[in-house]
Design a binder for this molecule. Structure first.
Ligand code: 4NP
Length: 157
């Protein structure tokens, strides 16, 4: 069976999308589905390329036994060919990705969605950017993402 590929996208690729990636990887391991997936994350911005995820997010995740190992990278044209699903954290990332796809006339059939389209327990239509806020914002992002990322997995499996 062909593996399904999933790319999570935020602005900096150091807070929300690496957290979504780690939550998804944890879920597919727990459900013995890890061999069926290729999972990655990327940012629309370039400021943090090569950096580890924000330490505040890594600490918040570790408290839930989630280990964020990714290094930041920027989304590129190949991602539209390589990934089946591109899941954005907020409206701004969503429109950036859609505009990128349109303006560069990219090939590929990636389904581009907002991760919050898969939420069930939370009202937030976007995953709030925690970067300029306090530590609580990182726990809140993880709570929101645990709900919507598992909703996404349930929608395809
Ligand atoms: P992320 O958070 O998009 O969830 O990774 C941010 C990280 C960095 C910045 C903004 C948001 N920044 O402005 O540097």
């Amino acid at each position: 069976m062909k593996k399904k590929s999933v790319l999570f996208v935020c602005l900096g690729n150091i807070c929300r999308s690496p957290a979504a990636e780690a939550i998804f990887i944890d879920l597919i391991h727990k459900k013995c589905l890890a061999n069926n997936f290729i999972v990655d994350s990327a940012g629309t911005g370039s400021w943090h390329i090569g950096k580890k995820a924000d330490s505040r997010m890594r600490i918040a995740a570790k408290k839930r036994n989630l280990h964020i190992l990714s290094r930041a990278r920027q989304i590129n044209i190949k991602d539209f060919e390589n990934f089946d699903y591109i899941l954005t954290m907020d409206n701004s990332n969503y429109f950036y990705v859609k505009d990128f796809q349109k303006s560069r006339n990219v090939s590929g059939s990636a389904l581009i969605k907002k991760i919050q389209d898969f939420r069930s327990d939370f009202n937030e239509e976007e995953v709030p950017d925690p970067y300029f806020g306090g530590d609580q914002g990182f726990d809140n992002v993880l709570d929101i993402l645990e709900d919507s990322v598992s909703g996404f997995l349930n929608s395809i499996y």
